[in-house]
Design a protein around this ligand. Structure first.
Ligand SMILES: [Mg+2]
Length: 361
């Protein structure tokens, strides 16, 4: 029997592990990775001697702020009887992330959002000093948030399709798993806060819908096909669609995996990061081998590792994740705790009929 709460946890832990594995080699090309780690490339988490754990990067930090923002939005919307996830919690939580990285807010007024909120009475995400460490934060996210304006699909904040929107979208798919179309829309809306190019936010919608379908019990290819069907209903979807279709086609043929990943790109931009992660998850069913495949390439290894880990974790569950990887990941307790809370509130939101009527859950 699949335990959904466990799948929430394993999706976010899997993402954090892929992020940490890739972060060690984020700025190396494949040749450099092999000359440092051997012909197989990097195959194990690198323990940071100062803290005794494998360190996570901005991908996992922002993923946790997405989870925080969704729970915040649920709390605010259920009280005010109106509102959207992006504008009522996720944007505010990304401003919190901006503060952790810069110790600034766009204006003084925004300092309000650093105060403890009702959804975090016992424990706040801002209590964790590790989230204040700079782990190669994305410039697009920093610049967009510094403007004090919230980007939307209708009013794009910029024309970026960097992978910063998709890499943090998994919690949306978990939280809204019962309605994959809604998950897609909220995934895209929350990515559009900082990434204004359609491919930048539609890739996040695809990941959210795909994760939702995995939680609902579909397998990876079935989930991808369902996400593609939803994607096609949005305008300007061709680029994202083409990247995902290439990933699926390559996963079904005998192309050497390094060559196949090279054909899909480097992952610095959204559709490539999603395509590489999906390709690895489809090509290799062993969690460890799939994540190793997802980070050993020329490009943005932590983001492709992170997205691949989110997918694998949501499908296969906790039992496939190597125990030593779980034990060695930085912020393991917070990740488990936030995933559990996200599950509990997702269940609560679904069972609240009056809330469902007002804010479609
Ligand atoms: Mg990163």
């Amino acid at each position: 029997m699949r335990n959904k709460k466990d799948l929430f946890i394993s999706s976010l832990l899997g993402g954090a592990i892929g992020d940490a594995l890739g972060y060690s080699v984020e700025l190396m090309n494949l040749g450099e990775i092999k000359s440092k780690f051997g012909e197989q490339g990097i195959t194990d988490l690198q323990i940071n001697q100062a803290i005794g754990k494998a360190i996570i990067s901005d991908d996992t930090q922002m993923t946790l702020f997405t989870a925080d923002g969704l729970m915040w939005a649920y709390d605010r919307c259920s009280q005010r009887e109106i509102g959207s996830y992006a504008g009522n919690g996720v944007y505010q939580s990304y401003l919190r992330w901006y503060y952790t990285q810069t110790r600034k807010m766009p204006t003084e007024d925004y300092m309000f959002w650093l105060r403890r909120q009702p959804h975090e009475e016992l424990d706040s995400i801002l209590d964790y000093k590790q989230l204040f460490y700079q782990r190669a934060p994305g410039n697009t996210c920093l610049t967009a948030l510094s403007s004090g304006q919230m980007g939307t699909m209708e009013k794009p904040i910029n024309n970026s399709k960097g992978c910063g929107g998709v890499m943090r979208a998994a919690p949306v798919g978990l939280f809204l798993h019962r309605d994959p179309e809604h998950a897609f829309r909220i995934g895209a809306e929350t990515a559009a806060i900082t990434h204004g190019h359609p491919t930048g936010y539609l890739s996040a919608g695809v990941l959210a819908a795909l994760i939702a379908e995995l939680i609902n019990g579909k397998n990876i290819i079935e989930s991808a096909m369902s996400a593609i069907k939803i994607l096609k209903s949005y305008t300007n979807h061709q680029e994202t669609l083409s990247a995902i279709e290439n990933a699926i086609t390559l996963s079904n043929d005998n192309t050497n995996t390094e060559i196949a990943i090279g054909k899909l790109g480097e992952g610095w931009i959204a559709e490539e990061a999603l395509a590489i992660a999906l390709y690895c998850a489809l090509k290799e069913s062993d969690f460890r081998k799939a994540l190793i495949m997802a980070v050993n390439h020329d490009g943005d290894s932590d983001s492709t590792g992170s997205i691949c880990g989110n997918i694998l974790g949501a499908y296969y569950g906790m039992e496939v994740i190597p125990k030593e990887w779980i034990e060695n990941i930085e912020l393991q307790d917070l990740i488990v705790d936030m995933s559990s809370k996200l599950f509990n509130i997702s269940e609560k939101a679904y069972s609240s009929r009056s809330f469902k009527k007002r804010v479609k859950v």
